[in-house]
Design a binder for this molecule. Sequence first.
Ligand code: 6GU
Length: 236
Amino acid sequence: MRIDIVSIFPPMFAGAFDHSIVKRARERGIVRIDVHDLRAHTTDRHRSVDDEPYGGGPGMVMTPEPWFRAVESLREEGERGRAILMTPQGRRLDQRIVRELAAEERLILLCGRYEGVDERVREHLVDDEISIGDYVLSGGEPAAVVLVDAVVRLQAGALGSAQSTVEESFSDGLLEYPQYTRPAEFRGWSVPDILLSGHHAEIVRWRRRQQIERTRLRRPDLLPDGDADTEVLDAN
Ligand code: 6GU
């Protein structure tokens, strides 16, 4: 997979893809990630990327021309790709959308700034708009880092076998069960006896109950409608 990121702040990505699973995936040739400076695609002396809004109002609006030139020049080499504007007005990212994006050959991520991007970029250049949640970021850059991480870890070969198991368990739509490691007692707080019991089948049931109870308490929106308890338990 290939991922191109277009931004007016390329240094914000310094080190972002140089660790852990994303680093390893790049080293293995599973993904290629390139960050591009939007200003390289300006034509005026001041390399400007924004202007005053038509109709007045506060703030500046990012002009369409550099975005079109940037994406068109990227598309001259290789796959057309799916161009995605990172914006709080986009579809809210979840694991289903991550899976959908992970299946693409190439993503071109456009990091807009919060104040706004000329509407013609949305209407005539990008294929999609993505938000990472209902809060305000100054620009799309941190959101692009989030999206890249989530998408790269789904690429074949990106995860070790132990890690793959973990992704599967979020994919069942429930929160994770509580985890413990040594010591069995820490500052007077003990690990639940069941986990030390060696009764594997009981441990599996305990973990499942924990997942369901935790999800019901913290994220009831993730549970299927109706008798969630029965449905989720029946699936196992
Ligand atoms: Cl993609 N961009 C900005 N500026 N803010 C956000 C966002 C994106 N997702 C959540 N908040």
